[in-house]
Ligand binder design. Structure first.
Ligand code: MG
Ligand code: ZN
Length: 218
């Protein structure tokens, strides 16, 4: 029974995600689903991304959080459209929640929408929201064992951003092992080590995002 129920929920979500996808395609909006643990640096990455790319891309953001609008306030301070979705306790965004957020967001002229998912390495990986790409962010302070412990998130992501590499000298984190394990669960994963504090490695990410989003609406 329980397995059947989960299957039904995921199938219903797929229908809505496909509708969202069609909605984005019609408007030429490239959509990134940004996932990662609490504290990995999702919002800070978003702020750096907006600063680095806003001259060349019209960006909007949907912020998913269990409670509070703190992240949306941080993003709105960068003078781009931002909407907060509070999940009311749910630990991930689904297609229906994103559709609800779209009702409050004017996508006119927008060519890149980044959706910051709820901080969680598990179920955000199971729910498509209509995105073009799933991007996950990990930080070296979380430890190098995550690819084997949370394989689904690594499997469904196109890009893995490894944040806080400026802290590598201070933590026990084996970058080679992390990279090898991540590629074991997803051989096509694009891995980019970076630091949102120092800016190291951010150029590669911005270039990837600019090139990928050019495929939509061009
Ligand atoms: Mg955040
Ligand atoms: Zn969840």
């Amino acid at each position: 029974m329980e397995i059947k129920l989960v299957k039904d929920i995921l199938e219903a979500n797929e229908v809505i995600a496909a509708q969202n996808r069609a909605f984005f395609n019609e408007r030429g909006v490239y959509v990134v689903n940004l996932m990662g643990s609490p504290g990995a640096g999702k919002t800070t990455l978003l702020e750096r991304t907006i600063e680095g790319l806003k001259v060349r891309r019209k960006i909007a953001v949907i912020e998913g959080d269990i409670a509070t609008s703190r992240d949306a306030e941080r993003i709105a301070a960068h003078a781009i459209p931002a909407v907060q979705i509070n999940t009311g306790g749910a630990c991930h965004l689904d297609g229906n929640m994103v559709r609800g957020g779209l009702g409050q967001l004017d996508l006119d002229g927008i060519d890149l929408l980044v959706v910051e998912n709820v901080g969680n390495l598990v179920c955000p990986a199971e729910f498509n929201i209509g995105e073009d790409a799933k991007v996950m962010i990990c930080s070296v302070t979380e430890g190098d064992d995550k690819p084997l412990k949370y394989p689904l998130m690594f499997q469904v992501s196109s890009v893995l951003l490894l944040n806080k590499i400026d802290l590598l000298p201070h933590v026990a984190f084996d970058l080679d092992r992390f990279r090898a394990d991540a590629l074991k669960v997803n051989p096509r994963l694009v891995i980019m080590p970076l630091s949102c504090s120092t800016g190291e490695g951010l150029d590669s990410w911005l270039q990837w995002l600019e090139e990928s989003s050019a495929t939509q609406g061009a």
